[in-house]
Design a protein around this ligand. Sequence first.
Ligand SMILES: Nc1nc2c(ncn2[C@@H]2O[C@H](COP(=O)(O)OP(=O)(O)OP(=O)(O)O)[C@@H](O)[C@H]2O)c(=O)[nH]1
Ligand SMILES: [Zn+2]
Length: 348
Amino acid sequence: MRPGRSSRPRTRTRPRHDDAVDGFVIAVDRGRYTCVRPDAGLDDPVVTAMRARELGRKSVVVGDRVGLVGDVSGAPGALARIVRIAERTSVLRRTADDDDTTAEGRLERVVVANADQLVIVSALADPPPRTGFIDRCLVAAYDADIEPLLCLTKADLAGPEAVLGYYTELELPYVLIRPGSELADLRTLLAGRVSVMVGHSGVGKSTLVNRLVPEAERAVGTVSAIGRGRHTSTSAVALRLPPEPGARAGGDPGWIVDTPGVRSFGLAHVSAESLLHGFPDLVEATVDCPANCPHTADEATCALDAWVAAGKADPRRLASYRRLLASQSGEGDAREPERNPGDPLAGS
Ligand SMILES: Nc1nc2c(ncn2[C@@H]2O[C@H](COP(=O)(O)OP(=O)(O)OP(=O)(O)O)[C@@H](O)[C@H]2O)c(=O)[nH]1
Ligand SMILES: [Zn+2]
């Protein structure tokens, strides 16, 4: 009888790492993971870690809660090892379709693990708001089971009526930001949670992050080896929010995750059915659709058209949904605003 695998003596039992300490991953760069101990003070050093071989192919991303062994002192040159990844409460993904010329660019990527909230940062002017982009973010948020928050910046330049009108049916939580405005409402919504900030270039995201986390410059500096250019693998960095005035000591003030590398929210990994969850104002209508209705514009019996005609949802929302559907089936690029010439808000 040939000795089967199972008859080999099991000498290589995996170490259990009872001594592992908890860590929270705040940045990732080329195989090095920057972690903080959850109980660490503001001035305690961060811990640099690598993955232990026993993790196999499991990826570690910003927001992961991990077990660390080895040198967790955070002293210069010290390197710890990540031996465990805690089960994730949420996974925010995107398909990196901003680069579909390479196999890597078409990959579905996990942007952040364990986020509670997706803060969609959009300027009210300069650059003008793009509801197509916001709609994509909403799909990603609902798909990941993360709460969306609309953060409308440059409220000193234009009013929010047009954007809010578009989302009337959604009861989307929102905050308005202008230079020097109180950030108390936003801070309250961020406290104790992990919030991911996404937004187009120029909307004032960096300005806002620096206002929320005055040490952000310093914090970003600590992980500056990571760089912020497109050539790096980094697409997210977690920054610790300062404690709210009057907050109990030791309470978790929360984290914001900046996503400098995320330029678009490719949704190729989201099924057509899940896409609809990004449009809760349309979902109800589809109970009247025929079985397996593709909900496309050429589908004469699709109930969505009658729903909109009856004034139960904004026709621009239906148009946006169908643009995303079309982009998923490979028909054109939903990010081209010219596909919807009548609607200046529609681009993404
Ligand atoms: N009027 C006005 N201008 C603002 C406001 N917030 C930011 N800005 C300006 O908008 C420009 C872009 O701001 P940034 O914070 O660099 O924008 P960003 O979204 O981080 O853009 P990237 O750095 O390209 O990712 C800067 O000139 C800011 O001074 C605001 O609330 N009102
Ligand atoms: Zn339908």
